[in-house]
Design a protein around this ligand. Structure first.
Ligand code: ZN
Length: 313
């Protein structure tokens, strides 16, 4: 059976895994990204990672059929070019061609949120969905749409960019995309931390409380701090609103919430479901189950392997 090398490139780390044709992870070989060293250097290190994983899994490298890569970027699928990866500082990078040449295997590129969506609908929280909307809530908010097991990219790969729905149209926080008031600026880990720190400066949260990540804000909320509960309630409301706008258009049967913030579980999902039900049409809400992602940090590498598998067919 064919084996695929799934790659999930992030700003600080690159996750890689050899994945079997039925989604089993055989070996992982992550490494640090160092985006400043350039994309060709990263390709060389990806080849080493592949060789390391092949050795760990105890397989023959000839069994590896293709490489799938998720990149936090806008991607020109036809040209295999990373058009814009703000977190990596890469612009118009011919990554597909470079990695194919260096690794000697077919390579397929895709946006990281789309790849995670493919993973979750293959063997995770979206398995068996007819129409799935998969949302990743972490540093940013990403989204991917999978219909009958296939990624819905739109005409130039921009479908499912739920994080950039402008929800606050009169101003709002500045977004990386250049707009203001995008969902990503209202419901990401970054925004939860930003809001909580503001509340702390206003004396509404204990001055000695460490607020480094969204998980710290969830903890403060669990301890009964009202300001932290409000911050999370507001973020959940925006997220539910964004889901409602998307779902009214898409009419999905499954909405899968993943990413770092989703590890808060029902503390987040409960109020998100309430907001979703409030803002969407009743029949839309009745059709859609909102549930947590299941693959955690492996969603990207598993989805990238799925991408490679589908490309070979
Ligand atoms: Zn934006």
């Amino acid at each position: 059976m064919s084996i695929f090398f799934g790659v999930d490139i992030g700003g600080t780390s690159v996750k890689t895994a050899l994945v079997s044709g039925d989604g089993e992870v055989l070996a992982k070989e992550p490494f640090e990204t160092f985006p400043d060293r350039g994309y060709r250097d990263l390709c060389v290190r990806l080849k080493k990672s592949l060789e390391g994983a092949v050795s760990t899994a105890g397989i023959d490298i000839k069994q590896v059929s293709a490489i799938g890569v998720g990149v936090p970027a806008f991607i020109d699928i036809e040209q295999g070019v990373v058009v814009e990866a703000v977190n990596l500082g890469w612009y118009d990078v011919p990554f597909q061609e470079a990695l194919q040449e260096i690794a000697g295997l077919p390579v397929v590129l895709e946006n990281d949120a789309n790849v995670a969506a493919l993973g979750e609908t293959w063997i995770g929280g979206g398995r068996g969905a007819k129409t799935a909307l998969c949302v990743t809530v972490g540093t940013g908010v990403g989204g991917g749409i999978v219909i009958d097991g296939k990624l819905h990219r739109g005409v130039n790969g921009m479908a499912g960019e739920i994080g950039h729905l402008v929800l606050m149209k009169d101003g709002g926080p500045q977004c990386n995309c250049g707009n203001r008031g995008c969902l990503e600026t209202l419901a990401s880990a970054t925004s939860i931390v930003r809001e909580a720190k503001e509340r702390q400066q206003q004396g509404q949260l204990p001055p000695d409380a460490n607020i480094f990540g969204a998980e710290d804000v969830f903890k403060l909320a669990q301890m009964g701090h009202e300001a932290a509960q409000q911050v999370i309630g507001t973020a959940a409301d925006w997220l539910g609103y964004g889901l409602a706008l998307s779902a009214v258009t898409l009419n999905p049967d499954r909405i899968v919430i993943g990413g770092g913030v989703s590890t808060a579980g029902e503390q987040l999902l409960g109020p998100v479901r309430e907001a979703f039900a409030r803002y969407a049409l009743t029949r839309t809400v009745e059709a859609a189950v909102v549930l947590p992602a299941q693959l955690g940090n492996d969603a990207g590498v598993i989805g990238a392997a799925r991408l490679a598998l589908q490309a070979l067919r």
